[in-house]
Ligand binder design. Sequence first.
Ligand code: AMP
Ligand code: MG
Length: 323
Amino acid sequence: MADDRAEAIARFIAPLRVEPGSRVDLARDFDPRYRAHLKKRDGAELLRTGVELLAEYQDRLAAQDTYGVLLCLQALDAGGKDGTIRHVMSGVNPQGVKVSSFKVPSSEELDHDYLWRYNLRLPGRGEIGIFNRSHYEEVLVVRVHPENLERQRLPEAARGPDVWKRRYRDINRWERHLTDNGFKVVKVFLNLSREEQRIRFLKRIDLPEKNWKFSAADVRERRFWDDYQLAFSEMLSATSTEWAPWYVVPADRKWFARICAAAVLVHTLAGIDPQYPTVGAEARKQLRLVRRDLEDEAPPGAEADPYEAEHGKGKKRKKKGSR
Ligand code: AMP
Ligand code: MG
């Protein structure tokens, strides 16, 4: 990618990045309605550019087959995770993307340590993995509703008041381990305002085709708004690291949130800058030999190498006995 484009993207997302070591107070530090002076009508074009760049990078990432990327998406209900994934990944090859959604843990999952189920769904080399909800639920919903922690049947030593601090530390180390082994981790929090959530819930009730998305439990969860804001603020403060930073994306305008999420992903891939593998002199010599054999197999009247005939200096070779 041209350097100026990479720099423009880096500048665009800089205000969204949680500086490692900083103390976040969500309400004070991040405005869910921020839109960087952009207008909605500029949005479509920008998103298209982002999606194109992503497709390009993904192709190189897959070809190089050395690095993987994990994008963790977190939000409160109706924050726009599903729509963001649909739009941002619309241009990429489905073979190279692995989306995993995490729900209330199953009994099998509860039978293991709390990071186990996330480990199972990590992207492989050359892949982009998206976590729709992630291991961060383990310090969010589990913290806001301690009965979730009860269900995890932890030994005495793994509980206690510093359990969240220890989980932050575990998570930072786990992400560090992944990064050191070629898997870049990047985290996006879609930051929705309370009022916009209310409006989106009402829309889910008003539109029949959205009814299936509505859950009375989500509305009950709204009562815990302040607890979540606090849990998010502490989690962002403790787990935004140099190797796996958090971006707080303003989510009240869906079109803007999607541009930001695409930009964060493009920026992450630009940091890896994956390259198509090239072949050495010996392998190229082999390729030339094989090409000659294939050209000799051209049926009567056919181009020896139709691709080269169209794109390069073509030479029509008549096969023996073809006249
Ligand atoms: P949805 O994303 O609407 O399909 O809902 C998934 C539900 O699973 C949400 O209510 C989450 O709070 C819940 N959930 C996700 N991860 C966990 C977890 N580790 N422990 C408890 N609940 C979870
Ligand atoms: Mg839901």
